[in-house]
Design a protein around this ligand. Structure first.
Ligand code: PMP
Length: 432
């Protein structure tokens, strides 16, 4: 295929996509991403229809934590597909998936599988309201918990506006919003409203905007305040689950929630979410008091993918490898920032970190941003543009700055990625 034939192939697919899919994409998150059409993924790399390879640090927005097409997961799903797919009834693999899940995460008593993080969040909020008999909910500015009317939020100047046209403003009426990592503000919200709040939901590491770890004591304070006020504490572990540790953020921070929601890394790329928690709460699904349903919940493929993924994660835990790769990658990126004299900022954890450019008002250097207001001081627009340049140079990352490291990334990817970032920075700055 010549270069021009290859480019024509992408352009042709783009035209066809735009003719039949709104915006040419199936999730609005992708509207701003480079319009690349991929053909194949294997381990830590992707290949587009023009034959270009990319070192992938987006991992499908997180799920490909084992790398793309991990053989054990792929074979397990293929076997499952051949055995009938969806029974609308119980099966042995579903039990094994749940047993392995509980054994891996350790603190929950019970788990229900679903398909998307968004819907499992709904289950968590419903359970919390059912258990407490309260309506109000508390969350943190900049955190994301799905695209449904009652949770999608735009954190504009006042915080807490609907995130899209078509979303009724009163759908968000029950929410209180507090800044992340601010224990005093949290205590104030609880002293004013503690007895009305059914649940607090938190990304224990704020990853949808930035990669902001919870500061020491913040999650402990949250745990203590929710316990004192009879409020259900929900960890949204859709990103952190099985990534920061086998037991997710709860294990990483040593703080145990009442309920938690998982997705992404849980099933090696297959669409599976989970809602897990204490028996006293989760048991209400079992008595039928609280509804949680879904045609595809714990399908044969989903259960097979969870079993295979958890087998890999427990038998060959990748966490040290991932941390080592992430640490070296971060150091390499920082070195390139220095070389090209650009204010590259990196923060988060080795498995999931955020790269941005310092803005005119931002604290320069290494002082980490601790909440949404700090993130707004950064030049996120320049980074988003730079991420498009990275794609042109064969590094696939999210425009919003998060980089995910998988268990499959090795030395070859590290050196390829750094070489390519170097070339992209040269193109960006005109430095050599
Ligand atoms: N919670 C968090 C923290 C997420 O990052 C996401 C997805 N990015 C969701 C919930 C929603 O999950 P899904 O896209 O699977 O519906």
């Amino acid at each position: 295929m010549t270069t021009s034939q290859a480019a024509t192939r992408t352009a042709g697919l783009r035209d066809r996509a735009e003719a039949v899919i709104p915006g040419g994409v199936s999730s609005n998150v992708r509207l701003l991403a480079p319009r690349v059409f991929f053909e194949r993924g294997a381990g830590p790399r992707l290949w587009d229809v023009e034959g270009n390879d990319y070192v992938d640090y987006l991992l499908g927005q997180g799920p490909a934590f084992l790398g793309h097409a991990h053989p054990q997961v792929t074979e397990a799903v293929a076997r499952a597909v051949r055995s009938g797919m969806v029974y609308g009834a119980q099966h042995a693999l579903e039990v094994e998936a749940a047993e392995r899940f509980i054994a891996a995460v350790r603190w929950p008593d019970l788990v229900r599988f679903g398909v998307s993080g968004t819907e499992s969040v709904q289950g968590a909020l419903r359970l919390a309201r059912a258990a407490t008999g309260r309506r109000r909910l508390l969350r943190f500015a900049g955190h994301y918990h799905g695209w449904i009317d009652n949770v999608l939020m735009d954190f504009g100047a006042e915080g807490g506006r609907p995130g899209t046209l078509g979303q009724p403003a009163d759908a968000l009426a029950d929410w209180l919003v507090a800044p992340f990592n601010d224990t005093d503000a949290l205590a104030e919200v609880f002293s004013a409203h503690g007895e009305e709040i059914a649940a607090v939901i938190v990304e224990p590491m704020m990853c949808n905007q930035g990669a902001i770890v919870a500061e020491p004591d913040f999650l402990e304070a949250l745990r203590a305040l929710t316990t004192a006020h009879g409020t259900v504490l929900i960890f949204d572990e859709v990103i952190t689950g099985f990534r920061l540790a086998l037991g997710g953020a709860a294990e990483h921070y040593g703080v145990t929630p009442d309920l938690a929601v998982y997705g992404k890394a849980l099933a090696g790329g297959w669409p599976v979410s989970a809602l897990a928690g204490r028996e006293e709460l989760m048991g209400r699904f079992g008595t039928g008091e609280v509804n949680h349903s879904g045609t595809f919940n714990a399908s044969v493929m989903a259960a097979a993918a969870v079993v295979a993924t958890l087998e890999v994660l427990t038998e060959d835990p990748p966490y040290e490898r991932v941390a080592e790769h992430g640490t070296r990658l971060r150091a390499g990126l920082a070195g390139l920032g220095d070389k090209h004299q650009v204010p590259l900022r990196i923060q988060g954890l080795p498995a999931a970190f955020h790269v941005s450019f310092g803005g005119p008002r931002s604290v320069g250097g290494s002082a980490p941003v601790r909440d949404l207001s700090g993130l707004r001081e950064l030049d996120l627009v320049r980074y988003a543009e730079f991420s498009r340049l990275l794609a042109e140079h064969g590094v696939w990352v999210a425009g919003r700055g998060i980089w995910y490291v998988s268990a499959a990334h090795g030395d070859a990817e590290l050196s390829d990625a750094l070489e390519r970032v170097d070339a992209a920075l040269t193109a960006d700055t005109g430095t050599a």
